[in-house]
Ligand binder design. Sequence first.
Ligand code: NDP
Length: 284
Amino acid sequence: MAEIIDGKLVSAEVRKSILSSVTEFKEENGFVPGLAVILVGDNPASAVYVRNKHKACLEVGMNSYEITFDKNVSEDVLLAKIDELNQDEKVNGILVQLPLPEHISEEKVINRISPDKDVDAFHPVNVGKILIGNYDFLPCTPAGIMELLKFYNVDIKGKECVVIGRSNIVGKPMALLLLGENGTVTVCHSKTKDLKEVTKRADILVVAIGRANFVTKDMVKEGCVVIDVGINRLENGKLCGDVAFDEVSSVADKITPVPGGVGPMTITMLLKNTLTAAKKQIKK
Ligand code: NDP
């Protein structure tokens, strides 16, 4: 049976170290880092994410500012709020919870956040920096996965790494980070021919598709490290990942569960990015 990669455990460890860094930061600078999170509309899942981010900030001693807008808010009003937060010295990181209502351009909104406060690392400036390997922030989910691999001593160098999914938020940056650690990386997507033939080669398989139990035992090589990013809700209300956990864990060497694997790391990396942003802004 595979070893379980315990995201809750790693997340708690990383948060402990963030808490002590925040304490040190406060002693040196007389204030604590602050994160502003903007929520537009009443999407219940988004509201839960925002609440969890708020709680996590308080847990590590940071300030959290929650700004909510009605779903009909105009794009101009939202952009003006971002301008205000860009100038606000108490705010070191800004995050706009996605998705946004259709009448608001996500691209415009992301591009309006100052790259120095872009703790999601979605701004084109930060994306470009990641591409050339000289970055300040990493997108939270792939960064969290790298922490998990490090914690469980998974060596990436020279390994066959396969990423399923090519989103800007998970798949693409994940592939770049694995490449940066000298993995031999293949990225698969919905047009990939004979997916199983590719995934069977993987020493490290990262799955970020959004389809319940998609990756089955026959797609995975014996001894593979399997990272399941997917969050899917089944008809019975239970959460599950993109990987058929029970059967794949009988062949994998290590595997992340859903929930309790990648998920807890994502917010933790957001806290880390906010601290990094605050330190960087102090130096300016
Ligand atoms: P997107 O919908 O943006 O991307 C999904 C990707 O999967 C696309 O690249 C798509 O290919 C690919 N794909 C879809 N179907 C197949 C298929 N049959 N075979 C191969 N590839 C396929 O999703 P995200 O990257 O935003 O999220 C992926 C999952 O991860 C979701 O379940 C999401 O909820 C979860 N997630 C979890 C987080 C966490 O903190 N744990 C954070 C972020 C996301 P194509 O490009 O060709 O369409």
